[in-house]
Write a protein that binds this ligand. Structure first.
Ligand SMILES: Cc1cc2nc3c(=O)[nH]c(=O)nc-3n(C[C@H](O)[C@H](O)[C@H](O)COP(=O)(O)OP(=O)(O)OC[C@H]3O[C@@H](n4cnc5c(N)ncnc54)[C@H](O)[C@@H]3O)c2cc1C
Length: 495
């Protein structure tokens, strides 16, 4: 990734800006010393770090409005942040921008079991929502592996997914409304505790907008009743191609599992070393398939999936016989990222989506690229959704390895687009995939997307430098030609 230019005029005004922010957010809510800012310099995309100009932690909508209005009036850039677990650098700070942490917005405001929704502040963690409603047999369905840490505000911004999104949908399918503050301090509300929209249905635009349209201050989420029972199958194969074909067969048979995940040999071995739950080390690939619903239906579907797997040459098929065993099956998958982290000093977690039928071709392509770049890769997929997570292992201390890992990752994403897929599944574009956007969108497509951004934030002060590989300001729309990933005038400042 090319580094972002730093506006020296903002740095020169740093003391004035901080003094103004302190008048709005009192006490410890403004962090300007280096030690205090250091923990915020990066997010889950740790390859890049920038010390923010200042960190601000507002604790009310009014404070947030005042901070944004000030920054808007004085041309100061702003990066919103939840828990900082983004894997695409979505909350990577700017040296000449204020980082706004939303983690003081941590209250659950309302739970309506009758109408099946909860109203929460954006800093509430994903799993805290389920904890707040589970005593009545309810839960919040999207379950990113980071769910104990990541915030619902971050989930909305990234349209996050998880192993259960195949059946229950991504964040976008589980959000009913948001309140957010625009860069100019204005508050807007979209949707709420009802199923239809009162005006244009703009909620889908906000979910997945990567903190670039407004700062979310309240989220109304759908809550679901827990299925009566769930059972999981752990199925081993001697090739990734057979496992991929089994996934396609299960879906083609009209079965929508609660979750259907795939891991390749390096990922299986790393996870087994980490959790020791009996994953098949000798297998080349493994599927975890979960069926949920009434017990009679689940038992029937478990039998069907087992038969399909055996027909596709499964070498082993274990079926959970207790809740403890089902959770043990999932423990390795949920811990796959930290487990792979033990194999190598650093890794890049890629995120692309492909049509399911292209899985064997893409897996073979990733193997070839691994040889070409001489870097190991472990693959973890939301196989049912066609969402790939190749984890590229590298050592940042070895000269050139980060660049090689990034080039390898870019080639994987190019392959995803080539087979009819897209650049991201659930981690967002951020800075990680920003410069690859022209692989998928032409100039007209990109201009249209920037126009939407400009309608909310015409000065492009909110989370600039993310998602769009463009040079122009809103007023100059349509003047730049990005061709085949090559930016003209590379020496011009980027924002
Ligand atoms: C170990 C690990 C496992 C992961 N597993 C998954 C997974 O299974 N599925 C998945 O989808 N992701 C996964 N992620 C990625 C990450 O957890 C998600 O993208 C998550 O939604 C980010 O939430 P956050 O609170 O950490 O947001 P941050 O990282 O703080 O921010 C992410 C983006 O949201 C914006 N943002 C944050 N709060 C607000 C707000 N209130 N208003 C407007 N914009 C805001 C930021 O500007 C940024 O663009 C994983 C990450 C890690 C480290």
């Amino acid at each position: 990734m090319k580094p972002m230019d730093v506006d020296q005029t903002i740095l020169a005004r740093r003391e004035t800006i901080i003094a103004a922010l302190r008048k709005i957010v009192r006490g410890e809510g403004v962090i300007d010393n280096e030690i205090g800012r250091r923990p915020y310099e990066s997010d889950g995309f740790t390859a890049y770090a920038n010390l923010p100009l200042a960190v601000v932690l507002p604790s009310s909508v009014e404070e947030l409005q005042a901070v944004l209005s000030y920054c808007h009036a004085h041309d100061v850039k702003v990066v919103p942040r939840g828990a900082g677990t983004s894997l695409s650098g979505g909350s990577l700070p700017l040296q000449d921008g204020v980082l706004i942490s939303m983690m003081k917005f941590n209250k659950i405001k309302e739970i309506d079991f009758e109408n099946r929704f909860a109203v929460v502040e954006p800093g509430v963690t994903n799993s805290a929502i389920t904890r707040a409603v589970e005593h009545k047999g309810f839960y919040y369905a999207p379950d990113p592996s980071s769910q104990i840490a990541c915030s619902i505000g971050g989930n909305v911004a990234e349209n996050s997914g998880g192993v259960h999104c195949l059946k229950y949908g991504l964040t976008t399918n589980n959000i009913l409304g948001v309140e957010m503050v625009l860069m100019n301090g204005e508050i807007i509300r979209l949707g709420g505790g009802y199923l239809d929209s009162d005006g244009y249905d703009l909620l889908g635009l906000i979910v997945g907008s990567e903190g670039m349209l407004g700062v979310v201050t309240e989220v109304t989420v759908r809550i679901l009743q827990k299925p009566e029972c769930a059972r999981a199958l752990m199925i081993a194969f001697d090739s990734s191609e057979s496992a991929g074909a089994c996934v396609a067969d299960v879906i083609a048979a009209g079965i929508i599992p609660g979750g259907m995940e795939m891991m390749d040999k390096p990922a299986i071995e790393a996870a087994e070393d980490f959790v020791n739950v009996g994953y098949p080390r000798e297998a080349e690939a493994m599927l975890l398939v979960e069926l949920d619903g009434p017990p009679v239906e689940v038992d029937h579907l478990v039998g069907l999936v087992e038969a399909i797997a055996l027909k596709r040459g499964a070498t082993q098929c274990r079926i959970s016989t207790s809740e403890a065993e089902r959770l043990a099956f999932w423990a390795g998958r949920k811990a796959a990222f930290p487990a792979v982290g033990r194999l190598s000093p650093d890794y890049l977690c890629m995120d692309g989506t492909i049509p399911r039928k292209a899985l064997p071709r893409v897996l073979a392509g990733i193997r070839d690229l691994s040889e070409k770049y001489a870097l190991r890769v472990a693959n973890v997929f939301h196989a049912g959704d066609g969402n790939l997570h190749p984890l590229i292992l590298y050592d940042a201390n070895k000269p050139g390895e980060l660049q090689r890992a990034e080039d390898f990752g870019s080639d994987i994403l190019r392959l995803c687009v080539k087979v009819g897929g897209v650049l991201t599944g659930e981690h967002g574009v951020g800075v990680e995939k920003r410069d690859l956007m022209p692989e998928m969108f032409n100039e007209i497509d990109l201009d249209q997307q920037v126009r939407v951004k400009c309608a909310f934030d015409e000065r492009r002060l909110l989370n600039p430098g993310k998602v769009f590989p463009t040079l122009h300001r809103c007023a100059e729309m349509g003047r730049m030609h990005v061709h085949a990933g090559q930016l003209p005038f590379p020496d011009l400042p980027r924002f």
